[in-house]
Write a protein that binds this ligand. Structure first.
Ligand code: CTP
Length: 397
């Protein structure tokens, strides 16, 4: 529920702006107050009158409107809400945000606000995939801007691919996650998830079967309890949850760099299936079949991210949680792993093929801590995630 919450909704100029009218309705249904801001381009798609009527509020449109400034200055406006939402966030608005421009009301609010910002990108697939937009996405993620979507599918322009604005209800879920006032409010929790890809050459890589399902569910549950979650993910099968700060990586080394730059954190959960080894000298060009015979790959050990963070002398998160995917002697191996790596808890599970856990929807885990071990019954990964998040909230009290 969003009762009593105030959302400042910046509507950018894209065809998806029509969905923002429904978004206003959905946010209000959950109890939020919505103050709309229209960019000049947005007014080509939705009218100030319909926006204002649905919001039940005045619409702000102009940086230099003397009446508006007299009533509420743009700086005050930028700070009057609990959350700033940009939907649709066009390529142009994202570029302005990434570049720090402040030449109209929307961009000035985004520069001046002291609140968190959630954006719902929407644009043509080529614009989304353009190198400039991809650079801006990385910059914005680094600035802790929250993303929801875009979705993939048929677009208004007739093309197909990523770039459709997330559906209003998904945006509402992300708003709820960002504004949640649960027991983890004010806490920063880092979660790693998914597999890593270790290149052999520009077209081949070594990977593993991790889907990212358990890590994603944990990030979602932590966020639902009010945590600010930094979600560092390898190339996973499942999409990141809404309302978390996503850092996408490919390799173990990139995952370590992203983790280091996301610290400090109150707690860290290492659910990623990190490759233990990388190819020592990955080739810059494609390895060809030919007269050199069968290639031999030499491996080098990857950094152990969990052990590195567990053993930090300064800036160690108060609670460090690792996972142990084992196929035999689960408890003994996992307990030894906890000691070796120096983490506080290990969540151990049996990933033998007959359990169907790896890549499946259920998990049966044992929580190992300094106090001993607890076996949890088999349940869905979503339920395991909720229990882990609840235990983390208890531990950080
Ligand atoms: N992990 C990590 N960085 C690595 C390897 C593992 O952060 N380079 C983390 C995983 O995210 C998980 C835990 O360490 O939380 C256990 O990983 P696992 O690969 O199962 O343990 P290993 O140390 O590789 O032990 P073993 O190969 O004996 O199973």
């Amino acid at each position: 529920m969003l009762a009593g919450k105030r959302v400042l909704l910046i509507i950018g100029g894209g065809i998806a702006a029509f969905k923002s009218l429904d978004l206003i309705r959905r946010l209000r249904e959950r109890g939020a107050t919505v103050t709309p801001v229209l960019t000049k381009a947005a007014e080509e798609f939705v009218t100030p009158l319909s926006t204002s009527a649905l919001a039940g509020q005045k619409v702000f449109r102009d940086l230099f409107d003397l009446t508006d400034e007299a009533e509420m200055g743009h700086i005050e406006l930028s700070r009057s809400a609990d959350l700033v939402v940009v939907a649709p966030a066009t390529a142009d608005l994202m570029a302005k945000m990434a570049g720090g421009h402040a030449n109209d009301l929307a961009s000035t609010i985004l520069m001046a606000t002291d609140k968190r910002v959630l954006i719902a990108p929407a644009m043509n697939v080529r614009m989304w995939e353009h190198a400039a937009t991809q650079r801006n996405i990385e910059t914005l993620k680094g600035d802790a801007i929250l993303f929801v979507g875009p979705d993939e599918g048929e677009m208004a322009c007739g093309e197909h691919g990523p770039g459709r604005m997330a559906e209003p209800l998904a945006i509402v879920d992300a708003v709820e996650a960002a504004l949640s006032s649960g027991p983890l409010k004010g806490k920063h929790v880092l979660v790693t998830s998914g597999p890593t890809h270790e290149p052999i050459d520009p077209v081949r890589y070594i990977a593993n079967r991790s889907s990212g399902a358990q890590g994603t569910a944990i990030a979602r549950s932590l966020s639902a309890l009010g945590a600010h979650v930094t979600f560092v993910t390898g190339p996973a099968d499942v999409a990141p949850p809404p309302g978390v700060s996503v850092r996408s990586v490919q390799t173990a080394q990139q995952m370590l760099d992203a983790v280091n730059s996301a610290l400090p954190a109150d707690a860290a959960v290492f659910a990623a299936a990190v490759a233990d080894w990388r190819v020592a000298s990955a080739s810059d060009s494609k390895i060809k079949k030919g007269d050199k015979g069968t290639p031999t790959l030499e491996f080098a050990e990857n950094p152990d991210i969990l052990a590195t963070v567990s053993q930090l002398e300064s800036g160690r998160p108060q609670l460090v949680v690792g996972f142990a995917a084992e196929t035999d002697d689960v408890l003994a191996h996992a307990s030894a792993k906890r000691d070796r790596k120096g983490c506080d808890w290990i969540i151990a599970n049996d990933v033998s093929p007959e359990t169907g856990i790896m890549g499946g929807t259920e998990n049966a885990v044992t929580l190992i801590s300094a106090e001993g071990h607890e076996e949890w019954p088999r349940m869905t990964k979503a339920r395991v995630a909720e229990r882990i998040a609840a235990r983390i909230a208890e531990a950080l009290k």
